[in-house]
Design a protein around this ligand. Structure first.
Ligand code: BTN
Length: 244
């Protein structure tokens, strides 16, 4: 059960690094959470930095052993985790969506990010470290992250982080259990329905051009499908397309 063991840390480089190191020396119960008040080198997707002011937000990593999930279904883990975070946030604020592949948005601003790092042995996932950062009480952001926002920015309220972590673990556990029950089709459907800009004509860019398109679906392997104005369906993997 996610969150049945919670390890509170004061200052670490990154909770994902901390969890990975802990796994080298100890066996950890599935669902163990490492949460830090402060990350000195919080990591984001594709080598970016994750900004979080000490004691203001949720920055944590969960240890999972998704051995039952086929390697080809790796993206299902990402979908389930994104939905869990979105479900949690929707309890407090409207306009929550998932910006493909796994940024969590409220309207046009990013409130949470997810960094999943898996290890494989004997053709199976031997472990997955699910790193999650959610902006809760921080009011001002200093990094060059394009459009950060926190729950406090949105609602004006201050939140108790211990209680928020409990509620979040509950939602993540529901989605992870659903994944383990092989409810993959349901997860895919709900993920698709939760997508930021789904079916809305918007501007995108690939490595060559800018184009207008609308998101129609996401394939099982995580490929984003965008229909262009001339009726073409184009598929993109992570970092092959930018939202303009
Ligand atoms: C992103 O959107 O770029 C992903 C951000 C992931 C941030 C979290 S905070 C807890 C965990 N530890 C890290 O170093 N990163 C993840």
């Amino acid at each position: 059960m996610i969150g049945s063991t919670i390890v509170h840390l004061d200052s670490v480089d990154s909770t994902n690094n901390y969890a990975a190191k802990a796994l080298l020396t100890k066996s950890l119960k599935e669902g163990t959470v490492f949460i830090a008040a402060c990350q000195e080198a919080g990591r984001g997707q594709a080598g970016s930095v994750w900004e979080s002011e000490r004691g203001m937000n949720l920055t944590f990593s969960i240890v999972l052993y998704p051995r039952q999930i086929a390697l080809s279904d790796q993206f299902a883990i990402s979908m389930a985790v994104s939905l869990g975070v979105a479900d949690f946030l929707a309890q407090f604020v409207g306009g929550v969506s998932i910006k493909w592949p796994n940024d969590i948005y409220v309207n046009d601003k990013k409130i949470a990010g997810i960094l999943i790092e898996t290890a494989i042995s004997n053709g199976k996932f031997s472990q997955a470290i699910i790193g999650i950062g959610i902006n809760i009480n921080q009011e001002v952001f200093y990094s060059d992250a394009p459009n950060p926002v926190s729950l406090k920015n949105l609602t004006g309220q201050e939140y108790d982080l211990t209680r928020m972590l409990d509620l979040l673990c509950e939602q993540l556990d529901k989605r992870y259990c659903s994944l383990l029950r092989r409810e993959q089709l349901l997860i895919e459907k709900e993920y698709e329905q939760s997508l930021y800009r789904r079916k809305i004509w918007s501007n995108y860019g690939d490595h060559l051009i800018e184009f207008e398109g609308r998101i129609t679906s996401v394939e099982r392997d995580g490929k984003l499908v965008i229909e262009t104005r001339d009726g073409l369906l184009r598929g993109f993997y992570f970092k092959e397309v930018v939202f303009l």
